[in-house]
Design a protein around this ligand. Structure first.
Ligand code: MN
Length: 493
């Protein structure tokens, strides 16, 4: 499974030779201090560091550092800042080669203007207000996909925004290496889970390929009992075993071991399957898929490879918080003024979003035509969250993010033995759902409490795809207009 342990973000400071050696030494010293300050930020994601690179002063130096960034596997992105003026024609050749996520930090070394001390030399040294505008122009002129963060580098909102963008950049890095294993095809006749896999590889880098369900069944039959014993112990440590049907639980362990073995063999980090193709299998993988998701693997049901890939990416972007799951909108409670959506799936919801200890239970399943599958049953936690979905709208991909407020379930639902969570979509269920449907949002999504719309918007920009955000301020009229114009714009691209 992809899990990058060293994500380097290169801090590159622009200047020029106009100011003399002493000034350039000062620029380099200040750059070191800012890089160290950003590197010590409490918002720095896990396994990330800021690496202070040389102060670049010529077109050749800029081109060289961009080429190095492109070819360095550990470099997850570059952050640039113009301490002094750095004429931007020097940047054109380098930036036109850049293939890594790119952030333009607009800050300055000192917070305040020193009243008595300031003279022309001070202004020449501390002129990012001036230099960063020159830099902003060339990015705008080149239509560079870049994140702009503005503010004093020691301030919390600035460090928070940089941390958030770093997570998006990890999502970009994961995307470029991601392999998805499909066990069987998409569910028959379903439209939204389909998509152009060649275009997905061109845009995202995902290698999405199929493996026979029969070979999975064969792999399941090869799993040895002591391996099952070990995984069963893991289950007992993490969950409450609330069933006497231990054999059914052990069969899920067997499936989990077999699926994981194939994923490892193929170097894949995500998989999907379908209840319509369980050839040679005794149960639909429930607990097996749920536990694999909790380890960080992506999953999509009914052959949904797009959501499977997205689940893994979101999990890696937020891996130090680890609370994201494959999700499906199921049923509404339409009590006026208190409307809620009940999210669940037949089985496969990740226990990383559970509010308490999940229970392993075995119950019959109306579809799939197999033995009653063991699954984890739990309530999702309350809190602000986002629903993220990705659709192939024909000619392009559209990422849709919906702000929601997950709530402690208002009902006990004792006859519904699946993992479930309830939420109130913004601005309310009726308008929010109207907007989701208008934008073509799928019934499958990724629910995450740690990912944010800003993080996903930055990721969409890095990947070069359309982004739609449904917020507390979204109206049907505005969204209709946005979708109309964006359809025209994307046709011209
Ligand atoms: Mn489904």
């Amino acid at each position: 499974m992809i899990d990058f342990k060293n994500n380097e973000f290169w801090f590159v400071v622009g200047s020029q030779y106009l100011y003399g050696e002493a000034t350039l030494r000062q620029v380099a010293n200040d750059a070191e201090k800012i890089a160290a300050g950003l590197g010590a930020s409490e918002f720095l994601p896990a396994d990330c560091k800021i690496v202070c690179k040389q102060v670049v002063k010529t077109a050749e130096e800029i081109t060289r550092i961009v080429k190095e960034a492109n070819y360095n596997d550990d470099c997850a992105g570059i952050i640039v800042w113009m301490h002094t003026f750095s004429p931007s024609k020097m940047w054109i050749n380098g930036l036109s080669l850049l293939q890594k996520p790119y952030l333009h930090l607009h800050t300055q070394f000192g917070r305040n203007i020193p009243d008595l001390e300031i003279d022309m030399d001070f202004m020449n040294l501390h002129q990012s207000a001036h230099g960063d505008r020159e830099h902003g122009f060339i990015d705008a002129r080149m239509r560079s996909a870049r994140k702009i963060v503005v503010g004093y580098w020691q301030d919390e909102p600035v460090r928070q925004k940089i941390g958030s963008w770093m997570r998006s950049a990890i999502g970009f890095r994961v995307s470029k290496r991601l392999k998805v294993v499909r066990f069987g095809d998409n569910m028959r006749e379903v439209a939204v889970t389909e998509g152009d896999k060649v275009e997905a590889q061109l845009k995202f880098g995902w290698q999405v390929n199929t493996w026979p369900v029969g070979s999975l069944a064969e792999e399941i039959s090869k799993v040895a009992e002591p391996e099952v014993d070990d995984l069963f112990k893991d289950y007992e440590n993490s969950y409450e075993v609330n069933t006497d049907d231990i054999e059914s639980v052990r069969y899920q362990a067997k499936m989990e071991i077999a699926i994981k073995r194939i994923l490892e063999r193929e170097g894949a980090s995500a998989f999907c399957n379908t209840f319509q193709d369980l050839y040679g299998m005794d149960q639909l993988p429930g607990l097996a898929s749920q536990h694999l998701m909790s380890l960080g693997y992506g999953f999509g049901a009914e052959g949904d490879w797009k959501i499977s890939a997205l689940t893994h990416i979101v999990k890696q972007m937020t891996k130090d918080r680890s609370d994201a799951s494959f999700m499906e909108d199921y049923t509404y409670d339409l009590e006026p003024g208190k409307e809620l959506c009940l999210g669940a799936h037949m089985l496969e919801v990740c226990p990383s979003i559970a509010s308490g200890k999940a229970k392993i239970e075995v119950h019959p399943l109306g579809i799939g035509d197999r033995n009653p599958p063991a699954r984890l049953v739990f309530e999702g936690k309350a809190g602000k969250a986002v629903l993220i979905t990705l659709i192939d709208i024909g000619g392009r991909f559209r990422l849709i993010v919906h702000d929601v407020e997950a709530v402690t379930p208002t009902l006990k639902m004792p006859s519904l033995p699946v993992a479930r969570v309830m939420w109130r979509p913004e601005p309310d269920l009726l308008v929010g759902t109207h907007c989701w449907i208008l934008a073509g949002g799928a019934h499958h999504s990724v629910l995450s409490y740690s990912a944010t719309a800003e993080m996903m918007e930055d990721w969409a920009e890095m990947m070069g795809i359309e982004f739609v955000h449904i917020t507390k301020d979204t109206t049907v009229e505005n969204l209709k207009q946005q979708l109309f114009f964006s359809d025209l714009a994307w046709k011209l691209k």
